[in-house]
Design a protein around this ligand. Sequence first.
Ligand code: PEP
Length: 255
Amino acid sequence: MCPMWVGTSWKMSKGLAEARRYVRGLADHLDGLAPAGVQPFVIPSFTALAAVNDELGADSPVLLGAQNAHWEDQGAWTGEVSVAQAKDAGAQLVEIGHSERREHFGETVQTTRLKVAATLTHELVPLLCIGESAEVKQAGGSSRFILEQAAGALDGLDPEQLARVVIAYEPIWAIGETGRPATTQELREPFRDLGREYGRRVRGLLYGGSVNLDNAADLLGIDHVTGLFVGRAAWQLAGFLSLLEIAAAHPKATG
Ligand code: PEP
């Protein structure tokens, strides 16, 4: 059975001391073993990547991720960090195409494709984020939009490469402070369509957007959902640990 992926991106938060404290607490709690049936992951800022890797230690059950990475290994790309450099600092996974990067930093379908390819070349896990705006949803175009985003980013991959990709569906209208939590009803159709196209072909299909301790179990219960990608509710360690427990107790993890 595939594990349920439960992870958090800290976005642009946490200095070194706080990052170390969080992960030390996580490592102590897990004591070398992820809850059965669950794959935890943590995605700090680049500045904390090496420190978090250090705290997790070798053979940690927690996958460490980078929030972005450039597709070239090196070169005249001031301010960028390559997949190779992220890997060197300990990253095992690279988050690609978060809606904030698409909106504020010019991320396009083409750049997500280059980043997915580079991440696979370096044998890291691409965590591809897709999601539509409120306007697209209102116009009834959610599934078509997210399937196009995914197809564009995953174009040209062979089945073995695709099987190493994790997709996170994060509707823009549902994420962050201004987001409105999605109902399970609203998510059934996009996940049905993502599931039909990618369910058996990728490593995971996660949901992200205003996930919290009250809605996590229901969200995990949606057909084709194999994990949760969490922001605010996991920024305190206690929240993340509770979410790991909820996932571990879910029939999809225990069954
Ligand atoms: C996000 O921004 O990707 C996200 C999932 O955040 P939150 O859980 O805080 O809505």
